[in-house]
Each structure stands twice: as C-alpha cells, then as structure tokens.
Design a protein around this ligand. Structure first.
Ligand SMILES: [Cu+2]
Length: 409
C-alpha cells in the first residue's frame, strides 16, 4: 500500500494565492506563513478511503449456507390516524405507517416480495444499501413500476451496517407523504458505537411531513383513474401509448422534447388535477404520529440509549433535546471518526443521524424539531414533531411532576 500524502494547509492556501493573487485574498506573505504551519494534516496519514468499499460484490448471489430473511410486503390503501379526529387515507407497506422494521445482520440476505394491492404504481428503494441496481427500486430506470395485483421480488445482501430505511420511489413526493417508508436496520457484531456507549435501549424515530389536502386530492384522483391504470399496466406497450395523455413517461430526452413540440403539456405546467397546487405541509410526524400522540423515549439515570433519527420526508428538521447534551455518533449509517456533542442536530431529507443520550438529569424533557412551524398541528401549537424523554426512575431523585399533555383549545 502506498502511503497517502498529508494535505498541508500551507500548500492549499499557496495554491489559491497562486491562482487568484495573494492581494485578492487580503493575505500578506507574513500572515499566510504565520497562520499556516508547514505540515498540518486534515486527515490522518493512515486514512484509507478503500476501507469503505463494499465488503461483498453488490451483484453477487447467495451461496449455500447464507442466511436469507424473507419478507412479503404488501401495499394497501388504508385509513391512518395522525392525531385524534385527523384520519387520512394513506398507502401503507405491510398495513402500517411506517412500514415494518426490516432488521438484519450485515452480510445477511434480504428477500422482499412487494405485492401491490392498490390502483397505483409502487416500488421499494432500499436507501443507503450497496446493492445491484436492478434491486434499487427506481421505476422506469431499473424496473417496471409494480401495478395492481403485481409483485416484484427484491433480493440483496445487506451492506453496509448502520441505520438505513426504505421507501417507495414512484411519484416520491406523494407516495412518501402518503406513508410508504420504513426503517432498515443493519446490525454489526463489531459496532464501535455499542462498544463506546453500551446502550440498553434502541429507538428509531422516522421524521416526515404530510399535506393532508394534497394527499387526499391525489389519492382520490388515483382511485378515479384506477381502471384505466390497471388496463394500461397489462401491457408495457399500452403504457407507452399513454405518453402525452397522462403520466408522460418517455424513453429519452429527445422523445420528451418531441412530445412537447406536438402539444404535450407536462403535469408541472398544467397539473393532472387541472390546476397547479403547491405542496403545503400541515402535519409533522414521528413514526407516523404527531404530538401529543408520539411515543416517548424512556431512560434511567446512568443509562445510555441510542436514538436513530431518519429523515424520510422532504424537509430538514432540527431535533433539540432539553436539559441534556447528546452525542452524534453516526451519519447515514456510518460511525463518525469521533462522537460530536450537540443539543440540537439537523436531520436531512434522506439522511439518517444516530445519537446517544446518557441519563444524567432526571425529569421529563422535551425533544422536538426547533423549526417551530413543525411543532404544530394544522397551524396550531403545540403539536407536530415533538416527543418527550422521560426518566422512569425520576421519583428516586425527588422529581414528582406527573405526565401532562398540552393540547391547545
Ligand atoms: Cu408508491
């Protein structure tokens, strides 16, 4: 192995100054020299980027003796209650929002049979997995979308370890709002987080949002178009003939541009419902529920708990814990080089963020998105993306405050 070359800050600044002229950066020779020790390295010289290559060939197949976890995940149209009196139609994987937690050990195989029981198209994308692209769940790119009463079997080896998730990749802004997401946890026997913080409880919090009006309008429309869609699904040729009439699926850019020349108006220019309506989120959820119906996190003094935050929606969220700092230990499944201390942490759309909380301050503590718009239900606060960290042994430390739910009238 060749030794990697440390990047010296002096060399980096020197390169910029050379390109733009030192005067342009406001640096004198003395300043740039004094502020830049000769051999400051950003990364340790032993850093090996190849260490993060996939352990197993993503295009490999199972061998005799390999463990294969088999799941059947159906997609149904069902009613889901976000908070009392707010019930909305959603699509659901496996009959619940979020869908079932898929949990395996790194290197084991997952066989997931998607069965579609709705008059719409769906797939499953396994977000963060290093797998064969045919198993990646992107409709019209790596597979045909799965129509009514059709199925598609995904088979892949789970890698890399860490907190991941899965979601539908068809009409994503609608189908994720409509409930098609779930956690995918890949465990490792050699988890540095568990070694450093021997946690005893492990929570998964999937963050997402919904515009209930938008979802209702769109799902209504899909039901009305159901028969037409089912007929079309019988034949890929018929699907293609629908181009320009409805969905606008094209084989390439040239075909798309030709269709526009011939009068095709894409939905973003004239929406499928006849008018353009921007998405405006009104409920903000943790595991499909808004406060006060979110589940609390429980802890005891001296206990470590692991909290896996998954950004399944389309907005960033800024989770803030009262009364404690916590440790950011992994991002997008991968352990950080060193834990980082926070009391507020951003969870990006599509990102997973693992934190460790240590029980150090008995009581009941809010844990919520600090983007305050998102701690409301239909514009009324408190609500939304909020839960509690509750000490089970708080009474032992003289804390007697009882559970109170704040619900605005
Ligand atoms: Cu879908």
């Amino acid at each position: 192995m060749t030794e990697s070359k440390p990047i010296a800050r002096r060399g980096f600044l020197g390169a910029i100054a050379g390109a733009f002229g030192a005067a342009g950066l406001g640096l004198t020779d003395t300043q740039s020299t004094e502020a830049s020790p000769a051999s400051v390295s950003i990364w340790p010289s032993e850093f090996d980027p190849h260490a993060t290559r996939p352990h197993w060939n993503p295009r490999g197949m199972p061998s005799a003796g390999d463990t294969i976890h088999e799941y059947t995940v159906d997609v149904t149209l069902m009613k889901h209650e976000i908070v009392p009196l707010v019930e909305t139609y959603v699509y659901a994987y496996g009959g619940s929002v979020p869908g079932p937690v898929l949990q395996v050990n790194e290197g084991e195989w997952l066989s997931v049979n998607l069965v579609n029981k709705t008059h719409d198209f769906h797939t499953i994308h396994f977000h963060g997995m290093e797998i064969a692209c045919e198993m990646d769940g992107v409709p019209l790119s790596t597979q045909w979308p799965v129509g009514y009463n059709q199925s598609y079997k995904y088979l892949f080896r789970a890698q890399p370890a860490g907190t991941h998730y899965y979601h539908c990749h068809n009409m994503t802004p609608l189908h994720i709002q409509a409930g098609l997401y779930g956690a995918l946890i890949v465990n490792s026997d050699d988890d540095p987080i568990k070694k450093l913080f021997p946690y005893t409880r492990d929570y998964t919090l999937i963050l997402s949002e919904i515009d209930t009006e938008y979802v209702r309008e769109q799902l209504d429309m899909m039901q009305q178009m159901g028969q037409q869609m089912d007929y079309m699904m019988g034949s890929p040729k018929l699907m293609k003939e629908m181009n320009g009439n409805m969905m606008g699926w094209f084989t390439d850019k040239a075909e798309f541009l030709k269709a526009i020349k011939n009068g095709y108006i894409p939905p973003y220019a004239q929406s499928m419902t006849g008018y353009v309506r921007p998405i405006r989120m009104n409920y903000f959820m943790i595991n499909g529920k808004s406060y006060p119906m979110t589940d609390p996190l429980y802890i005891k003094m001296g206990e470590y708990i692991r909290v896996r935050l998954i950004g399944a929606g389309m907005m960033p969220h800024f989770m803030h814990l009262h009364g404690h700092d916590f440790w950011h230990v992994a991002q997008d499944g991968a352990p950080l080089a060193s834990p980082v201390r926070h009391n507020t942490i951003q969870v990006s759309p599509g990102g997973t963020t693992d934190i460790i909380i240590e029980g150090t301050n008995p009581g009941n503590w809010h844990f919520h998105d600090h983007s305050d718009y998102c701690t409301s239900n239909n514009g009324v606060a408190p609500g939304g993306m909020m839960t509690m960290l509750m000490y089970e042994d708080a009474a032992d430390y003289g804390f007697t405050f009882k559970d109170i739910l704040a619900v605005n009238s």
